[in-house]
Design a binder for this molecule. Structure first.
Ligand code: XMP
Length: 319
């Protein structure tokens, strides 16, 4: 039970003390934890912080622009924006196995980050948005088992070969405290209360082989779903919601023509800890609006289905 302005002042002082006049590098993903860490460290040491934002081509619609807008332009944080779309999609070409895809995306992220870190030889610290539940988890907590089901990766998974000291200013905070801190630091509400997004991004929401065309269709369908959830005040009643691209074609009818196009599945869940989850009982009228909009606005999709599987036995992500 602490007072937020006092906490910010203390955390800022601690970071200044720890870092001194050395330089810090941080992998910014656009997620809550790395964003709050970036804002806090920037508050403490300003231009001694450089963030690296890697666009792997598997981000959501306008996500890169939003991150650059919030951090680069609004907060004045130094952010290096690396567009590595071709590199990631190139290595993913022809690969359809989910674990293989995750490994490639994780490996390429480390690769890109190392190249960028090498351009900042003065950096002595690697900052990470590790929060208290992550600390517990890596100490062998109850979520261990999930990691044998899917190999998770996120921007925290950088190798020790970088030879940097670790700066983890959120290590003692729970998620709700991280969010409060983000608001106190002036981050936008929508960024701080965003649903979690997996490190491999749309790579695990495009079933099978990842193609640029599929990613572009999925981004648009997903944005429509999220828009309508927000408009109906359902976004914050769900823990996670997204669209999934199914590389399956089905027959439809449009005007007086026959169509033969791809399918999008909608997934929305409610959960406390993401270990078990219920599918969200979204109003039928909301589902109808989303379906109509996707089919009318996204040429290439002619069918939308809703995922009514709980976890377990289904996982939240489809891959
Ligand atoms: P599943 O699909 O295992 O997902 O039920 C549980 C939660 O974990 C997220 N997730 C990931 N997060 N890197 C991440 O940072 C990953 O590789 C990854 N895989 C799944 C998923 O979005 C859900 O919130």
């Amino acid at each position: 039970d602490w007072n937020m302005p006092d906490y910010v002042a203390e955390a800022v002082a601690a970071i200044r003390e720890q870092v001194g006049d050395e330089e810090v590098i941080l992998g910014l993903s656009g997620g809550v934890d790395s964003s709050v860490a970036a804002a806090l460290i920037h508050r403490a040491i300003g231009d001694q912080l450089t963030c690296v934002f890697v666009d792997n081509g598997l981000l959501r619609l306008n996500e890169a622009e939003q991150v650059m807008q919030t951090f680069g332009r609004n907060l004045g944080v130094k952010v290096i924006h690396v567009d590595a779309t071709e590199q990631f999609l190139g290595h993913l070409a022809g690969v359809s196995d989910p674990e293989q895809k995750r490994k490639i995306i994780g490996r390429e992220f480390v690769e890109v980050f190392q190249v960028e870190a090498a351009k900042l030889p003065k950096a002595r610290w690697l900052a990470q948005g590790t929060i208290y539940p992550d600390v517990i988890e890596s100490a062998g907590g109850k979520t261990k088992k999930a990691h044998t089901i899917k190999s998770h990766h996120n921007v925290g998974g950088l190798p020790e070969t970088l030879n940097l000291k670790l700066l983890e200013p959120l290590r003692e905070l729970f998620k709700d405290e991280v969010r409060e801190l983000g608001i106190a630091l002036g981050l936008p509400h929508d960024m701080v209360y965003r649903h979690p997004f997996p490190g491999p991004g749309l790579g695990v929401r495009i079933l099978g082989e990842v193609k640029q065309e599929f990613a572009d269709l999925l981004r648009r369908a997903d944005a429509i779903f999220i828009d309508e959830l927000r408009a109906a005040d359902w976004y914050e009643k769900t823990s996670q919601a997204f669209a999934v691209f199914l590389p399956v074609k089905s027959v439809g009818v449009m005007g007086d023509g026959r169509t033969y196009e791809y399918v999008v599945a909608l997934r929305a869940v409610q959960t406390q800890d993401f270990m078990t989850a219920h599918w969200a009982e979204l109003p039928h009228s909301l589902l109808a609006r989303v379906s109509n909009r996707i089919i009318n606005e996204v040429r290439g999709i002619n069918r939308v289905v809703y995922d009514i599987s709980g976890k377990p036995p289904a996982t939240i992500e489809w891959e």
